[in-house]
Design a protein around this ligand. Structure first.
Ligand code: NAD
Length: 295
């Protein structure tokens, strides 16, 4: 039986390619016809709707922007739910609200369909390499059935708990990444305007306690003034909105997350929502009237 793959964007395209390389027979769909053509050229079959994907597959992977897209593709008109049979599995790898994952799972369960929420961390480079970190929520036996396939897209595949737990873990990840980029930005603009080459600051601190995966991924981009996404600010706004909503629901105030959210909102107003999230530094640079670039 074939595997479905819906959502062929920055992340979904390389993830689907890795499944093809590993020998999986894929049926793909995206509203973007060009993305579908690229995957067809790489050997995938195509379908006209999510319903048609579901008719031909046992397992379907989705990699879409946010909760409304996942709900529309899974449960909407011509959606997956219209083409399913009992025993099928939906593996949603999009980063969405944990509550939305639970809602979709509940509707699919009425048709005997199982679901995992399995958002990822690592960005486009790791999606291309097949070395993503995958955070999974769902039943253990369903996780075990999908683990091998997930292992073709990522090197770390961890079951975090019941359905929704993957996305809760991803929200924690996104808070840490956003705050790290903001801290890096604040520090590099200070250092640069105070007269030290920001490249030297980066090289001097990257091996110490302030060193991090975020610093190594984002400082080179910032120093070169390269804000090509990668991970767009608008998607990070979506994740922080989901984090704040979840925090408010369960009773956890998120003071630092809300500050970085407003920094990202300011960048959006400034027309920079499509920049990589390393573009957060532009907020600090505007305040300080000084750019932290390689000298
Ligand atoms: P993207 O916008 O590049 O891709 C989304 C794809 O979904 C697009 O090709 C779009 O055409 C398609 N799509 C939207 N609505 C659709 C519909 N109704 N039916 C079919 N296709 C539809 O986004 P991305 O960067 O690939 O991110 C996907 C998910 O992965 C997001 O939830 C994001 O937060 C998460 N994520 C992204 C990164 C990253 O670095 N880009 C890293 C980790 C996680």
């Amino acid at each position: 039986m074939k595997t479905g793959f819906i959502g062929l964007g920055i992340m979904g395209k390389p993830m689907a390619r890795n499944l093809l390389k590993a020998g999986y027979k894929l049926v793909v769909y995206d509203v973007n016809a060009e993305a579908v053509r690229e995957l067809a050229a790489a050997g995938a079959e195509t379908a006209a709707t999510p319903k048609e994907v579901a008719r031909q597959c046992d397992i379907i992977v989705t990699m879409l922007p946010n909760s409304p897209h996942v709900k529309a593709v899974a449960l909407g008109p011509n959606g997956i739910i219209e083409g399913v049979r009992a025993g099928m599995i939906l593996v949603d790898m999009s980063s969405i609200a944990p509550l939305a994952a639970q809602e979709v799972a509940k509707s699919l369960a009425e048709k005997g369909v199982e679901m995992l929420d399995a958002p990822v961390s690592g960005g486009e480079p790791k999606a291309i390499e097949g070395t993503l970190s995958i955070m999974v929520g769902g039943k253990k036996e369903i996780f075990e059935r999908c683990k091998e396939m997930l292992g073709k897209m990522g090197t770390s595949v961890v079951l975090c708990g019941a359905i929704g737990a993957g996305n809760t873990t991803k929200l924690a990840n996104q808070i840490i990444v956003a705050l790290n980029i903001a801290a890096m930005s604040e520090a590099l603009v200070l250092g640069a305007k105070a007269g030290v080459n920001p490249e030297t600051i980066y090289q001097a601190i990257r091996g110490g306690l302030a060193g991090s995966t975020v610093l190594d991924a984002k400082a080179p981009m910032v120093l070169n003034g390269n804000f090509k996404p990668g991970f767009r600010i608008e998607l990070h706004i979506k994740d922080l909105a989901n984090a704040l909503e979840t925090g408010h629901e369960v009773g956890v105030p998120l003071p630092l997350t809300s500050q970085v959210m407003e920094i990202m909102q300011a960048l959006k107003v400034d027309g920079k929502a499509g920049n990589d999230h390393s573009g957060i530094i532009q907020f600090y640079e505007k305040l300080a009237r000084f750019e932290a670039r390689k000298q």
